[in-house]
Design a protein around this ligand. Structure first.
Ligand SMILES: C[S@@+](CC[C@H](N)C(=O)[O-])C[C@H]1O[C@@H](n2cnc3c(N)ncnc32)[C@H](O)[C@@H]1O
Length: 275
């Protein structure tokens, strides 16, 4: 397991982060040669980068933060400020109505007050963590950031009562090299090591369906020809197993039912490694 367990939980929510694989990743990191360069190609929340760097401080670990997650972390203190104000204003998802879990809709004057708070916050900081705020005020999974300047629909009071871990957010990038690129533009070269957790078939996001996901797979395969890899996926990439096994002979790890997809169904998660 990783030495530093605080690395397992990113300070801001990121759906699909690989913290459940931290133990396996830390074990794989021990196989890296001294000073190796590791690319977390689809870095997401950066959990994989954090775990590798923690296990192997001698390695150069590049977190490719395509989503601007590291910017959101830098603004965590301001976002925490907003959480406290919202909590005072609208309350939390609590036990009301005789003990039934109750998510109060935010309507009328209260909704206007919330919108005004968003605008003031945005004006003050010139930043608004619309993804985190969406989580606090929506029901169901939604990856569409709230825009502080547009009237939001369907708001519910479910602001968390526990504070964001601001200190952890501010040290999350320590020791990592952070890039913000399309993965095809990274300067990955032979001799490097890669982690691939692409947003492909198992992702229920229109942008990655069909042709785009096949293009991503093809580019991933090119990278796998170039460098030893760790590849994450779910049962939906089973058609790839044969090819992977024949060509790259990776080790195979599996976890069942850990991830609940946007369709509400649990899926089996897999990890391949030929590090
Ligand atoms: C399954 S998530 C990775 C989760 C990550 N391993 C973690 O533990 O948090 C896939 C990531 O790939 C990113 N992504 C999508 N298209 C990309 C592209 N063209 N280049 C780089 N990253 C991309 C997505 O934004 C998303 O963060």
């Amino acid at each position: 397991m990783p030495k530093n367990k605080s690395f397992l939980q990113p300070s801001l929510v990121f759906s699909g982060n690989k913290r459940f694989w931290a133990g396996e990743l830390a074990d794989e990191a021990l196989l890296l040669p001294a000073g190796a360069r590791v690319w977390d190609v689809f870095g997401g929340s950066g959990v994989c980068s954090r775990v590798i760097k923690d296990a192997r401080p001698d390695c150069k670990v590049v977190w490719n933060d395509h989503d601007g997650y590291s910017d959101r972390l830098l603004h965590a203190a301001e976002t925490e400020d907003l959480r406290r104000s919202l909590l005072r204003m609208v309350g939390f998802e609590g036990c009301q109505n005789g003990g039934t879990r109750f998510r109060a809709p935010i309507k009328g004057a209260l909704r206007d007050e919330v919108c005004a708070l968003f605008r003031v916050h945005y004006e003050k900081y010139k930043f608004f963590d619309g993804l985190t705020v969406r989580r606090w005020l929506s029901i169901g999974a939604c990856n569409e950031p709230l825009d502080p300047l547009l009237p939001p629909a369907g708001l519910y009071a479910r602001v968390p009562r526990s504070p964001l871990r601001v200190d952890a957010a501010l040290t999350w990038c320590d020791g990592l090299v952070v890039e913000h690129k399309d993965f095809r533009d990274l300067a990955i070269s032979r001799g490097d090591y890669i982690i691939l957790d692409p947003p492909y078939l198992g992702t229920y996001v229109a942008e990655y369906s069909g042709r785009e996901s096949l293009k991503i797979l093809k580019s991933c395969r090119d990278l796998m020809e170039l460098c030893p890899f760790i590849l994450f996926g779910d049962a939906s990439i089973s058609f790839w197993y044969e090819l992977l096994t024949e060509k790259f002979n990776p080790r195979f790890f599996q976890k069942d039912g850990l991830i609940t997809g946007y369709n509400g169904k649990s899926r089996s998660e897999v990890m391949f490694s030929n590090w």
